[in-house]
Design a protein around this ligand. Structure first.
Ligand code: F0G
Length: 351
């Protein structure tokens, strides 16, 4: 029976990595594009969710990690390092385990969701917590890779974007053409850059007749691409995108400008409300940062923006189970307890 082979084997001829690189893969990619009946109804558009939480480690990072680890191992690396707000480290750790190399993780102290930390630890990482934010960690990771025998696998490593661009290929392959709009959360700005690379490549090959307008959404407290200035002290409940000085700043601005798109900010309250609404309307549970694109769409609709008649893709970047502490906060947990009696249960359920 056919099994999806992972993004390298599915798209190898379109990826700019050495031809003979053996794939370190967990069969990432091939994620569902789920029709959002809820958002399609609200907008009068066809809205599709690219559900990246369905990747092996629960986020889109796996697409770029298969390529980054494959190239690094092929070049002889025995250890890999990344700075992370959590998902990159979870993914790197899993692929390093698969490849048999040592993962070293630099994370901002106390700002990593528990699920992601568990992944990094169980996959065998050296987890180094840093008194600083993600931007400090990334500076350190770059320097570590200069000074010590360890390969850097953050998205400043070009192999990362090569893998991540396959999400755009999959969307076009499924829809039969590029969408009119693509909305997504933006933190370090690697993903929006990778999508643009993918859409541009497919249009160049004639596999799509157009490229989408790219709209990136950042958290209000960490919105350097919106204001045009770095945030020295980024702050947001959406810890995955708590980033003040994105590494792919220039590439992301190019994606915005070439596509006629824009960046906008959403508040933490809007992000958390969108996370809950998506879970209850569409059955898709994402982590807070992953709901930024949904929050952005809802805010635009409220401001009078129209998507009527368009095809819209929204990437939801990571699984809700990564960070249940934030999801449960402020919720009234079920406190209905009954005796072990079906009629009591049915009555309590309002049947
Ligand atoms: N959504 C999630 C769930 C993320 O983990 C990230 C980034 C983003 C969105 C933003 O993507 O950085 O390419 O603009 N997480 C990185 C990490 C920074 O370390 O896991 P981006």
């Amino acid at each position: 029976a056919h099994q999806w082979r992972g993004v390298i084997e599915e798209y190898r001829e379109l990826l700019d990595i050495p031809d003979d690189t053996p794939a370190v893969t967990l069969r990432e990619g091939g994620t569902p594009l789920v029709h959002s009946d809820w958002l399609s109804g609200l907008t009068g558009a066809q809205v599709w969710l690219k559900v990246e939480g369905c990747n092996p480690t629960g986020s889109f990072k796996d697409r770029g990690m298969t390529t980054a680890l494959s190239v690094a191992v092929h070049e002889g690396a025995q250890a890999v390092v990344c700075a992370s707000t959590g998902n990159t480290s979870a993914s790197m750790a899993a692929y390093a385990a698969k490849a048999g190399v040592t993962p070293i993780v630099l994370v901002p102290e106390g700002k990593i969701a528990a699920g992601k930390m568990a992944q990094a630890v169980l996959h065998g990482s050296q987890v180094i917590q840093v008194r600083g934010n993600f931007d400090d960690c990334l500076r350190m990771a770059r320097e570590m890779a200069w000074k010590y025998p360890v390969a850097l696998v953050n998205s400043v490593n070009p192999a990362r974007l090569e893998g991540q661009k396959t999400a755009a290929f999959e969307i076009v392959d499924f829809l039969g053409d590029a969408p009119d709009f693509h909305l997504l959360p933006v933190g370090n700005a690697g993903n929006i850059s990778a999508y643009w690379l993918g859409y541009t490549q497919y249009a160049g090959l004639g596999r799509a007749s157009k490229k989408p307008v790219m709209r990136g959404f950042q958290a209000e407290g960490a919105a350097p691409l919106v204001t045009g200035e770095p945030f020295p002290d980024p702050e947001t409940r959406a810890t995955a995108i708590r980033i003040g000085n994105p590494a792919s700043w220039k590439l992301a601005e190019a994606a915005r400008d070439e596509s006629g798109g824009r960046f906008a900010a959403v508040s933490d309250a809007q992000i958390l409300a969108a996370q809950k609404a998506l879970a209850s309307h569409d059955g898709v549970f994402v982590e807070p940062a992953s709901a930024a694109g949904i929050a952005g769409l809802l805010a635009e609709l409220e401001a009078g923006e129209s998507y009527q008649g368009a095809t819209v893709a929204i990437t939801v970047t990571g699984h809700g189970l990564k960070d249940i502490a934030t999801a449960l906060e402020g919720l009234v947990l079920p406190d209905t307890v009954v005796d072990a009696d079906v009629d009591a249960a049915a009555q309590a359920a309002g049947l």
